[in-house]
Design a protein around this ligand. Structure first.
Ligand code: WT7
Length: 639
């Protein structure tokens, strides 16, 4: 028997040792006993980090939707697979059973096929958190098309870049979307994006808000009428374990977004196994992850991981503050949520509100509380643990990335003792290492370094779409024979890991990964701007906020600075999306630079965080005099 469900700390240690000593036998047993394969693998693992090349279950064949849907029909056909909770609490929740979901996915598969989508084609999905989103994702997987979900808060420019990068010919979207009290015109955003994407020949439009939209003849079709007519069965395409399942974009420290490519077999095995253990899912539980399916958290832990386990997974369309700050807790009470998984930024925002919002609801169904996306600070951890969990539900601080596909470092609830700010032990099969700046592994405990992973795991991204060289350079060149995460970490005396934050030019704002370079590019497009540098600084709700230091082309120009700030933020919203707007902007006469012309972000970071006592040696700068000026301007801005 494989160890599919870990029940004690002793068992965790024993299984962890096995997974490291003999990874192939370990993962083979898990894969063999808990999933349906059309053909078994020829080899469990083949890897070479120098290329880099990683193959799990090579030679095996499967379709992930047979594991997420078909195999549950016999025993769980009438069980709720997806529980859709609408934006408006007055609108009734929708229970989609495994049988319904299977049928709707099959219909959608037929529609995609009829619209010319074949195995290996890329499908762009730009939808709000409505059932069609999960259905389209699964339909792509069923026909072997590669889905590329773009979060429906991204701007038309960001959408166009992503559609073109992987050459999608079809986009699935909706008329509009509800976000709290707001309604967004998704279809117009798509129309605008498609001006830059002439290859897109088909657009399928789900009806959600009923608002009037422009339908382009010969290109756009309403999805609901197609769904009614479509045939309700579709034989799943048989895929190789290493065939791509999806592309998901993540920001990098430089240039355009990276399309991380995930594959069918290993991704399925790892997301299902982590879901089962890290949420301790039991048959009648109602699991709710508040993320959007536009992010990896939603892919792995709203759709694939839960459905592969036959779970009931909640899809929430709304926001935590609508109609008021009690919404999350109202939903927990209403659906008797057992596992609740959210982001520290949401916890911090809700912790600022009156406790009445929490205490008016019965939260006794909760068994596990999860956190993801950024470090959870001690205060937020305690608030979550005391007020939501009442000290009874372990808080699992789960560390992972778009690139890792699944959770990498996390407690197993009721197994691993938790400590605030620590993601604790590596999950089964994960071999972390801390590295020093010389590239050597730091052994022993009570130590800090750059976080790497030494050995492949089944759900790791296999490449960056269209740019394997960039994949190699970004993740496998900083340290020999290791995957580099971009994060720093501390390992304490028992071997628990605390993630200390990014060590590159990525800033995490409200749990969203933002690269500084694309934001600076957007700012520099403003005709008045000469140069800019973005840094992060601590923010009590967002975790980090963005601070922009900007030089203008014409010094002393009497332009209205407030207006200019608005225009710059508008540019950013257009190019990337509102999440990347700057919290603070300072116009300065120069940016501190090294003699080779590199902007010293380290100094700007300290100024932005108001930590100016110890700026380090600035005498070697090209222009040390600007530092004093920037410091004075920044402190004048604080008051
Ligand atoms: C980066 C990855 C994985 C789903 C959401 C984010 C940070 C993520 C934690 C955590 C400290 C965390 C890291 C990581 N991060 N979870 N529990 N503690 N930091 O995915 O957008 O790819 O971002 O988020 O810095 O590298 P992502």
């Amino acid at each position: 028997m494989s160890n599919y469900s870990i029940k004690s700390l002793e068992e965790y240690f024993q299984v962890y040792r096995k997974s490291v000593r003999d990874p192939e036998t370990f993962w083979e047993e898990i894969a063999e006993e808990h999933f349906d394969w059309r053909r078994k693998w020829d080899s469990v693992l083949h890897w070479d980090f120098s290329k880099p090349e990683v193959k799990w279950f090579d030679g095996a064949q499967l379709n992930i939707t047979e594991n997420c849907l078909d195999r549950h029909l016999q025993i769980r056909g009438n069980k709720t697979a997806i529980l859709f909770e609408p934006n408006d609490p007055k609108e009734e929740a929708e229970h989609i059973t495994y049988r319904d979901l299977h049928e709707r996915v099959c219909r959608m598969s037929n529609i995609l096929k009829e619209n010319g989508v074949n195995k290996g084609d890329r499908v762009c999905i730009y939808l709000p958190m409505i059932p069609e989103l999960a259905i389209t994702v699964l339909a792509c997987a069923r026909i072997g098309a590669i889905h590329s979900v773009v979060f429906a808060g991204f701007s038309s420019n960001a959408l166009a870049t992503r559609i073109n990068d992987c050459d999608c010919k079809i986009v699935v979207t909706s008329d509009g979307s509800y976000r709290g009290a707001k309604t967004l015109d998704l279809k117009s955003i798509v129309d605008k994006a498609l001006e830059e994407c002439p290859q897109v020949s088909h657009v399928l439009v789900a009806k959600r808000t009923g608002q009037k939209v422009n339908m382009k003849r010969g290109r756009d079709q309403w999805l609901d009428s197609l769904m009614e007519q479509a045939y309700a069965d579709f034989p799943a395409e048989i895929m190789d374990a290493e065939d791509p399942l999806f592309i998901l974009y993540t920001s990098g420290s430089t240039g355009k977004p990276k399309g991380m490519v995930h594959s069918c077999g290993g991704y399925m095995v790892y997301t299902a196994y982590t879901f089962k253990n890290i949420f301790q899912y039991r048959e009648d539980d109602i699991y709710w992850c508040t993320a959007d399916i536009g992010w990896i958290t939603g892919h792995s832990y709203i759709v694939y991981g839960p459905l592969a386990n036959g779970a009931t997974t909640v899809m929430f369309e709304g926001v935590p503050s609508y109609p008021d700050s009690g919404r999350f807790w109202e939903v927990v009470q209403k659906h008797k949520i057992t596992q609740f998984y959210t982001a520290p930024t949401a916890i911090r925002a809700l912790a600022k509100e009156k406790l009445d919002y929490v205490n008016s609801y019965d939260l006794s169904s909760l068994k596990v509380l999860g956190s993801v996306g950024e470090p959870i600070n001690e205060e937020a951890w305690h608030w979550y643990n005391n007020n939501i969990g009442k000290g009874q539900s372990p808080v699992v601080d789960t560390w992972w990335q778009t690139e890792t596909g699944g959770i990498m470092i996390s407690p197993i609830p009721y197994v691993t003792p938790t400590t605030p700010t620590f993601a604790t032990f590596p999950f089964i099969g994960i071999q972390p290492a801390l590295m020093d700046d010389q590239g050597n592994e730091i052994l022993g405990n009570q130590t800090q370094g750059k976080l790497c992973i030494k050995f492949p795991w089944p759900s790791m991204a296999r490449t960056i779409w269209g740019d394997h060289e960039r994949y190699k350079n970004t993740y496998f060149s900083a340290f020999d024979n290791c995957y580099f995460t971009g994060d720093g970490a501390f390992r304490d005396e028992v071997g628990y890991y605390r993630i200390t934050g990014r060590v590159d030019d990525v800033i995490i704002v409200s749990g969203h990964n933002l690269g500084t370079a694309p934001i600076e590019d957007a700012i520099n497009e403003h005709p008045a701007v000469a140069e800019s540098a973005i840094v992060g600084y601590p923010h009590d709700v967002k975790g980090n906020a963005l601070y922009g230091f900007i030089t203008l082309k014409e010094v002393g120009e009497s332009r209205d600075r407030d207006n200019l700030m608005k225009e710059i933020n508008q540019k950013i919203a257009e190019q990337i999306g509102p999440i990347a707007k700057l919290e603070k902007i300072l116009f300065v006469s120069g940016l501190p630079k090294t003699r080779s012309g590199k902007i010293m972000r380290r100094i700007l970071r300290k100024i932005a965080s108001n930590e100016t006592e110890n700026l380090g040696d600035i005498s070697t700068l090209l222009n040390p005099e600007v530092v004093q000026e920037i410091m004075e301007a920044a402190s004048a801005k604080q008051v």
